[in-house]
Design a protein around this ligand. Structure first.
Ligand SMILES: CC(C)(COP(=O)(O)OP(=O)(O)OC[C@H]1O[C@@H](n2cnc3c(N)ncnc32)[C@H](O)[C@@H]1OP(=O)(O)O)[C@@H](O)C(=O)NCCC(=O)NCCS
Length: 79
């Protein structure tokens, strides 16, 4: 699982995009072939971070009830 958040006053400077790029190096280094990342439908900033790092939309899924059950997007990044 890769989770990410940027302090509101530091958003929009490319930090999340760069942080994910660096994290993908780590994932590769430990031998993973791909990672899966999920975002909410309305989280356009997060979707852009994933797409900028080569994410391909795999499909939609319903979150488990404990997380609200909302429909979400699943992306895959091949490493
Ligand atoms: C998602 C998040 C981590 C992005 O952090 P960030 O450092 O601002 O992201 P970046 O600066 O790398 O920019 C990401 C892209 O989203 C765009 N963007 C930012 N806010 C946006 C918005 N409200 N709507 C559409 N696009 C938006 C930026 O312009 C940028 O696009 P670009 O590459 O075409 O210029 C940050 O908004 C955040 O912490 N959100 C709350 C936590 C969260 O949602 N985490 C992800 C859970 S899946």
């Amino acid at each position: 699982h890769i989770g990410y958040a940027v302090m509101p006053w530091k958003k929009g400077r490319g930090y999340a995009t760069e942080a994910m790029r660096l994290m993908l190096h780590e994932a590769r280094a430990v031998g993973l072939d791909y990672v899966e990342i999920t975002t909410d439908l309305d989280n356009l900033a997060s979707q852009k971070v994933v797409l900028a790092n080569g994410g391909i939309l795999v499909g939609r899924f319903a979150k488990v009830a404990a997380y609200g059950g909302a429909e979400s997007l699943k992306y895959r990044i091949d490493l």
